[in-house]
Design a protein around this ligand. Structure first.
Ligand code: COA
Length: 97
């Protein structure tokens, strides 16, 4: 059986250490390790991780750039999700391995 896994506010959130916007590579490393761990966990259970979904605010440039760098594709905009004028971007990473 195949699964998709969704990380979306407020159920999960990605923060670089100390919630600092350090831009020292820690956030990217953390995200890549999480994705790789999820893949291995699924494999060990004889499953395939097909897709990872994340969301972030449209005004969060560091997070948007990070997700795009790691290979996520923008697939949708959830307009006015948490408040009027606050749009949430939905990204998906498709696992090809
Ligand atoms: C988003 C966040 C996790 C990134 O962590 P980080 O350790 O600062 O980022 P990294 O150093 O690993 O950067 C990886 C990539 O992210 C993008 N990025 C990170 N900071 C950026 C900034 N200030 N401006 C633009 N792009 C940025 C870049 O693409 C960067 O790659 P590059 O430096 O080679 O160009 C961090 O900014 C954070 O904790 N923000 C607050 C919480 C948050 O918004 N979490 C996401 C919620 S969905």
């Amino acid at each position: 059986m195949n699964y998709s896994l969704s990380f979306s506010h407020p159920s999960a959130n990605l923060y670089s250490p100390l919630r600092a916007r350090t831009r020292t590579g820690l956030g990217e490393k953390l995200l890549r390790v999480i994705i790789e761990d999820m893949k291995q966990l699924f494999v060990k259970s004889n499953h395939v991780l097909r897709k990872v979904l994340v969301t972030t605010g449209d005004d969060n440039e560091p997070a948007k750039r990070l997700y795009e760098k790691v290979g996520f594709e923008k697939i949708a905009v959830l307009a006015d999700l948490f408040a009027k004028g606050e749009n949430e971007i939905v990204y998906v990473l498709t696992n090809s391995t």
